[in-house]
Design a protein. Structure first.
Length: 137
């Protein structure tokens, strides 16, 4: 896998075209995620990332676009689990790995991420779609 470009590296721990992500070794993707954090990663975070990669590899075939994992929302200090950019759609994804349901506060968190991108990420302003929440994975 080629390394993400410099701009993507600044805004996400991992960034790649979806087709490149699908072909990448899971360990390489996890390595980019861990390296992007700059901190020691605990086992729970590693397991969450493994599950997120598994789910995304099952659901993204056939989608043409780019994937950003651990995407930073400037000025707010928040980080979105995943963002898919396909055609003119920008879709933030919030995972709740290990949860069996998606609560109202989880829904609000995913919705807030969509609003954060719309309001604080100029490139997303005109393109933001609905957010996606994933629980029970």
């Amino acid at each position: 896998m080629t390394a993400p470009n410099d701009n993507a590296r600044q805004s996400a721990f991992y960034a790649a075209p979806i087709q490149q992500f699908l072909a990448a070794d899971n360990a390489a993707v996890l390595g980019h995620l861990a390296g992007g954090s700059g901190l020691a990663i605990d086992g729970a975070q590693t397991e969450a990332w493994k599950e997120q990669v598994r789910v995304l590899k099952q659901t993204l075939p056939g989608v043409d676009g780019s994937l950003f994992l651990e995407f930073d929302v400037p000025r707010l200090g928040s980080r979105i689990d995943g963002v898919v950019v396909a055609n003119s759609a920008v879709v933030p994804i919030e995972f709740k790995v290990g949860e069996h349901r998606y609560t109202k506060s989880d829904y609000n968190q995913a919705w807030d991420y969509a609003l954060d991108l719309k309001n604080f990420h100029e490139a997303s302003r005109a393109s933001i779609g609905n957010s996606i929440g994933v629980a029970g994975v």
